[in-house]
Design a protein around this ligand. Structure first.
Ligand code: CMP
Length: 155
């Protein structure tokens, strides 16, 4: 017979391993331009459930930690400055096949290449100010979610 703590631990483990969660951030340009509502509306209309949400501002140091994988790239300094230039909305989203389906919904990183009907096509201004971030793997979705949210803030 499983006790409750073991049952919850096993359920959460299965939940996270099944790849049904992703992490997103509404970036400073989109927050400043009052697109939080429009973007969240597109996300929910596409079948995602918001299971964590937070309006917050990254310091340049925290922005650098979040995007550490890009630290060797020429755009890293600009990216840190931009991502700490204003408030962002961090969210965890739930849906079957969340990572891949969300990347389809947001469209190409460079909005010049984003397809019609995608979030970036509608709201992105440039390669840097591209409205939203979306995790690129289940593993990074979990890391990025835990970067912003404690376990008690994830529903
Ligand atoms: P994002 O999906 O949040 O991941 C890294 C971000 O770096 C990316 O979106 C872009 O906004 C930004 N970026 C700036 N310049 C480049 C570039 N040349 N190639 C890829 N990403 C870039």
């Amino acid at each position: 017979m499983l006790n409750l703590a073991t049952f919850v631990a096993l359920t959460n483990f299965k939940f996270n391993m099944s790849g049904n969660r992703t992490f997103t951030m509404v970036k400073p340009d989109a927050v400043a331009d009052r697109h939080i509502g429009g973007i969240t509306q597109m996300i929910e209309a596409a079948g995602f459930r918001v299971v964590a949400a937070k309006l917050t501002k990254l310091s340049e140091e925290r922005a650098g930690q979040f995007y550490e994988v890009h630290k060797e790239r020429g755009f890293y300094g600009d990216l840190k400055a931009y991502m700490s230039s204003g408030a962002v909305v961090a969210m965890i989203l739930e849906k079957e096949n969340a990572v891949a389906d969300f990347r389809k919904l947001i469209g190409a990183t460079n909005p010049a290449n984003a397809e019609e009907g995608t979030i970036r096509k509608k709201y992105a201004k440039s390669l840097e100010a591209n409205a939203v971030h979306g995790s690129d793997s289940d593993e990074n979705a979990e890391i990025e979610s835990n970067f912003f949210f404690s376990k008690t803030e994830q529903f």
